[in-house]
Design a protein around this ligand. Structure first.
Ligand code: NDP
Length: 281
């Protein structure tokens, strides 16, 4: 048969862990497939996707800054991608049409299930910090998971209000200086900002105002243990990391591309950890 081709599109793409994850699964499954990184220039994503219609690439994962553009090129859009306002998965159908989906929310919920067993998104208010695409996707996932109240906290209040407007009733907006009020009674607090990768520029959040049982999650995974997660652990909160989310959205993507589940014997987490934090030599 013909080699199955899938990939990931982003700009930049060099540091993406997705090729490592998918190609390890492909090798272990013994299937004839390749997973390739693509990096169209920022203004060329639409033409790139148009050029793949009806061709031999089965599907793409989509990352920064193309998730909104990916939604726009598709004829068919899943409900969860529509709610997230973004797609992280495109399928190129044999009839030349494109289907957009978003499995980031699946990855987020599965990451909570894996690293905070027993967590119930419907059991109380959840807080999402940030108002970019990642924050909107997380808020949409909590809406779909039945969270009774979602509080978006953002430096720029107007952007949080836009997400609340798009997602409707259970979602409300808070400015960053009212984070302590937003944390009141929360069962989860998700950091979906791109701030705080270096500890000196970390968000100064009043994490001590979170309930003791609250689960703290960071979508950023460089470094694996972010300053936010380290502070949460210092306060003895349960934490969930962004690498779990990344790996757990890759599984459903792999199934969409290749029609089978990833082989469970591959320890992709250990592989990714090696890349993120290579052992000192
Ligand atoms: P955006 O750039 O769209 O959003 C950035 C957000 O961070 C904005 O709300 C912005 O606030 C806020 N922010 C940035 N710097 C600061 C600062 N110094 N102080 C306060 N707020 C700040 O990014 P995305 O939404 O696309 O992605 C966010 C993060 O999530 C990225 O690190 C990304 O890699 C990660 N991610 C991880 C995934 C995973 O699978 N683990 C999946 C998807 C994303 P303002 O609006 O005021 O500018």
């Amino acid at each position: 048969g013909k080699t199955a081709v899938a990939g990931v599109a982003g700009h930049p793409i060099a540091h993406s862990l997705s090729p490592l994850i998918h190609n390890a699964w492909i090798a272990a499954a013994g299937i004839d497939a390749v997973y390739v990184p693509f990096s169209p220039l920022p203004d060329a994503f639409q033409r790139f996707a148009e050029g793949l219609r009806g061709g031999s690439v089965r599907g793409l994962n989509v990352t920064l800054p193309f998730k909104e553009a990916a939604l726009a090129v598709a004829e068919e859009v899943s409900e969860r991608a529509d709610l997230a306002g973004a797609a992280n998965l495109l399928i190129f159908n044999d009839d030349g049409t494109i289907t957009a989906d978003n499995v980031d929310g699946l990855g987020l919920m599965a990451a909570f299930a894996q690293q905070a067993p027993g967590f119930d998104a419907a059991s109380g208010p959840v807080v999402v910090i940030g108002a970019g695409g990642a924050a909107r996707g997380a808020a949409a996932a909590f809406v779909q998971a039945g969270s009774p109240e979602i509080r978006i906290v953002n430096r720029t209040l107007a952007r949080a209000e836009m997400i609340a407007g798009a997602l409707g009733k259970p979602v409300s907006a808070y400015p960053l200086d009212q984070a302590a009020a937003a944390f009141h009674g929360a069962v989860a607090v998700v950091n979906a900002t791109s701030a705080g990768v270096a500890s000196e520029d970390a968000l100064d959040l009043p994490l001590e105002a979170t309930p003791e049982h609250a689960v703290l999650m960071d979508m950023t995974y460089r470094p694996l243990v972010t300053p936010y997660l380290a502070r949460g652990r210092g306060l003895r909160r349960r934490t969930v990391d962004g690498l779990a989310m990344l790996i757990l959205q890759a599984g459903p993507s792999f199934e969409s591309f290749f029609g089978r589940t990833p082989p469970p014997e591959v320890d992709v987490r250990a592989m990714c950890e090696q890349v993120l934090a290579p052992p000192a030599t």
